[in-house]
Structure formats: structure tokens, C-alpha cells
Design a binder for this molecule. Structure first.
Ligand code: 6GU
Length: 248
């Protein structure tokens, strides 16, 4: 069982988002447990203060270290901050300053038992939290969100669907985009002709080798058009590279 504990100033944000589709089913099947916690539970002042102004000046508020230290210690089951690392729990900070979350990172996280996720605010989190507690700073891409909450949803979804048993027999993680470094091939369903737009003839016949070849080439074309950066690292045969160069 994989356990996610999410630390956020907006626990209500997560109220229904994990109640749909594959994530809902994985929770019901006991493959994963996901709990959102209000950071203010770990404050001790009357106003339940979680943030403060940055030393050195500048705009925006910074999440204070004390509530986050208390929260992470409590949720990892450690007795104190310096024992957090020994629990083996991954402590993820969601921040635009993180390394970019991709399918490889998702696979890595799907192999652990305990993940604590801290939802940063855009303005930031006191860096001592990163220095003392965080194992992974993650960003979901090169754009700015106002908080880590949407990113936490993205990470949970991508990880949960990799848990053994999470995908039904009707879906598979094997043929998807990124599993082999390429985008997925295009898909079609009935009818074979819609408003004059035809499904490629190859897919209508039952010639499985021809279909596989068409799909591979279509995936290569799609990747070249939309994500040429992926082609540099993908495992392509010499023939495939030549075929792409001459443009079909
Ligand atoms: Cl994880 N947080 C914020 N605030 N912005 C982001 C992000 C995370 N990933 C991309 N942009």
C-alpha cells in the first residue's frame, strides 16, 4: 500500500479530485491511501500563522519553517526532524524551482511506500525546510502556478496509475506515450468514415504486422511534429532515423 500525505493550506481543494476514475478505484482496492492535511493543524499561535515576510525584502509571503517541520515530523512518524531521513519516506516539495516531473520520476515514486508532499506557494517556502527535510523538489513544467496543489494532483495521478493492479484489463501502461520515449500513436474508433473523414485503411484490415508498422511510424511522425526533443533520446533504429529524415 502506497500512502500519500499532502500538506497544504487549502485541504478543501482536494475534497473530490481523487474520487474519480482510476484513482478512485485504486483507493477502493486498497492500493493507495491519499490524505490532505491542513498546514494550520501544526501551528501553535492564536492566528494559526503559516507564512511571513521574506528576509532581505521583496514581494510575497514565505511559508514559515516551524509548521512545516512539525507537519513533516508528525506525518513521517519520526520523533524529530533529524530522524525524518531514517524513515525512508520521500518528502516531496512541489515548487517551480524543482527538477521536472516526468514518467521516469513517476515510476521511481510508484516504487516507494510513503510520500509526504508539501504544496509550496509561488512566493516560496523557507529554504531550511528544503535543506533539512525535503528529498525531492519537483516541478510539473516550465510555467508558474500560484501554488503546488494542482501539481500534487498531477503527481498523485501519474504515480497511482503505475501501481500494480491500478489499471483495469481495458487499459495498459505499456503502449502509452513516454513508455518507450515516443508519443503514443493516433487512435480511431467507429465509424470508419465520419463527415467524409476516413480511418486509415490499414487499421480496418486485420493484418497485425502492417498495423504495428503503421502505428510505429505514426508515433514517430507525431513525436517529430509535437516533441522533436524526445527523438534525440528515443531508441530508434537507423532505418527509422533515415525514414524520419526524408520526411516519409
Ligand atoms: Cl510544483 N508549483 C508551482 N507553484 N508552480 C509550478 C509547479 C509547481 N510546477 C510548475 N509550475
Amino acid at each position: 500500500m502506497l500512502c500519500f500525505n499532502i500538506i497544504t493550506i487549502f485541504p478543501e481543494y482536494f475534497r473530490e479530485v481523487f474520487d474519480f476514475g482510476i484513482v478512485r478505484r485504486a483507493r477502493a482496492a486498497g492500493l493507495v491511501e491519499i490524505t490532505a492535511h491542513d498546514l494550520r493543524e501544526w501551528t501553535s499561535d492564536r492566528h494559526r500563522t503559516v507564512d511571513d515576510r521574506p528576509f532581505g525584502g521583496g514581494d510575497g509571503m514565505i511559508l514559515k519553517p516551524a509548521p512545516l517541520f512539525e507537519a513533516v515530523v508528525a506525518l513521517t512518524g519520526a520523533n524529530e526532524a533529524r530522524e525524518v531521513a531514517g524513515t525512508g519516506t520521500r518528502v516531496v516539495l512541489l515548487t517551480p524551482q524543482g527538477r521536472v516531473f516526468d514518467q521516469r520520476v513517476a515510476e521511481e515514486l510508484a516504487a516507494v511506500n510513503q510520500i509526504v508532499m508539501i504544496c509550496g506557494r509561488y512566493e516560496g517556502v523557507d529554504e531550511r525546510v528544503v535543506e533539512a527535510l525535503v528529498t525531492d523538489e519537483l516541478s510539473i513544467g516550465d510555467y508558474v502556478l500560484s501554488g503546488g496543489e494542482p501539481a500534487a494532483v498531477v503527481v498523485v495521478d501519474a504515480v497511482v496509475r503505475l501501481l500494480p493492479g491500478a489499471l483495469g484489463s481495458e487499459t495498459s501502461a505499456v503502449n502509452e506515450s513516454f513508455s518507450d520515449g515516443l508519443l503514443d500513436y493516433p487512435h480511431y474508433t467507429r465509424p470508419p468514415e465520419f463527415r467524409g473523414l476516413r480511418v486509415p485503411d490499414i487499421l480496418l484490415g486485420g493484418h497485425h504486422a502492417e498495423i504495428a508498422r503503421w502505428r510505429r511510424r505514426a508515433a514517430l511522425k507525431k513525436t517529430q511534429r509535437n516533441r522533436p526533443d524526445l527523438l534525440e533520446r528515443a531508441a530508434l533504429s537507423d532505418d527509422e532515423r533515415k525514414w524520419l529524415e526524408k520526411g516519409e
